[in-house]
Design a protein around this ligand. Structure first.
Ligand SMILES: Nc1ncnc2c1ncn2[C@@H]1O[C@H](COP(=O)(O)OP(=O)(O)O)[C@@H](O)[C@H]1O
Ligand SMILES: CC(C)(COP(=O)(O)O)[C@@H](O)C(=O)NCCC(=O)O
Ligand SMILES: [K+]
Length: 279
């Protein structure tokens, strides 16, 4: 079994993948905290022959996790942001400072779709661009839905957006504080993604496939008008691409990868942008 770990600022996600059949056998998440420990909802390490880790948590969390795992598992692979990997050139001036979850998403998106816009809606919302040919442009970081809500301190922090809500409902003016807050932050997230996508495609002269991941991807995606795909395992896809262990992975296949969304034409993207700016 292969254990894949995606340690975010809020949640540490894991999944167990069968090295022979490539099937995902189980998955789960625990709060990111001092140390990642095998426990009730975390897999039994006896069946694990290799671990792959993407972590944006504090260095000590990663160090402790790795030293715990190294005692029990033969192969522990830790992903790092690099100046170049798998045909993608990191756009950061200091490439190692790019969040490794963003780097994993960019690599996975590039492997799947050639160029892409990779959006990760977690504690933060990140929007990264990779052009066909592999140049990563860098990206945008904004607070995630939960962080935006917590920063307001209006006593609404415990009333989450219902992930099953329709976008239309969430974009309407709120008529109570909690509704005004939820609809406001939803509007902020959705309009930022729509706008950034259109602006960068316009500037670069290319309509890029849009891929979304993260805990809030499903609800945010309902407000995104252009074609896109939600890929919950996108960060894991980057781990598979960087550290291929199975035959399927060595052939470039990533578990749970979606069909590549066909973007609308650049003309349509530009028309939408002009319309929204009343040009
Ligand atoms: N069951 C859940 N528990 C906690 N957060 C959730 C849950 N479902 C959705 N979320 C949302 O997902 C976010 C965490 O998403 P995730 O992509 O795991 O973040 P990160 O990678 O930053 O840890 C939270 O900030 C919250 O808005
Ligand atoms: C931007 C992030 C906080 C997003 O993390 P997440 O919301 O997935 O927990 C993370 O990618 C990070 O710590 N990045 C380092 C800074 C940067 O990418 O520029
Ligand atoms: K994120």
């Amino acid at each position: 079994m292969i254990l894949d770990l995606d340690i975010g600022n809020t949640l540490s996600k894991w999944r167990l993948k069968d090295a022979n059949s490539s099937e995902i056998r189980s998955r789960g998440a625990v709060w990111t905290r001092e140390e990642w420990r095998p426990g009730s909802d975390i897999p039994d390490l006896d069946v694990v022959e290799a671990v792959r880790i993407s972590s944006v948590a504090r260095k000590t969390v990663l160090q402790e996790t790795v030293s715990l795992l190294r005692r029990k598992v033969g192969a522990v692979h830790v992903a790092h942001s690099a100046p170049e990997a798998l045909g993608v050139i990191n756009g950061y001036k200091e490439p190692e400072r790019l969040g490794v979850d963003r780097w994993m998403g960019a690599l996975a998106g590039y492997q799947l779709a050639g160029g892409c816009c990779a959006v990760d809606c977690g504690s933060a919302i990140t929007i990264d661009f990779v052009l066909p040919g592999g140049r990563h442009l860098g990206g945008y970081i904004l607070p995630g839905l939960r962080l935006m809500k917590e920063s307001l301190k209006l006593g609404t922090r415990n009333v989450a957006i219902d992930p099953d809500s329709e976008a239309e409902e969430l974009l309407a003016p709120g008529r109570r504080t909690v509704e005004a807050v939820n609809h406001g932050i939803y509007m902020a997230a959705v309009s930022a993604i729509n706008r950034v996508y259109a602006e960068v495609c316009d500037t670069e002269g290319v309509a890029l496939p849009l891929l979304m991941t993260g805990g809030d991807a499903r609800v945010v995606s309902r407000g995104i008008q252009v074609p896109h795909a939600v890929w919950p395992d996108m960060v894991y896809g980057g781990l598979e691409a960087c550290f291929p262990l199975t035959a399927a992975e060595r052939a470039g296949r990533m578990s749970g990868a979606p069909y590549v969304p066909v973007p609308v034409s650049l003309e349509k993207i530009r028309a939408g942008l002009a319309f929204s700016m009343l040009l």
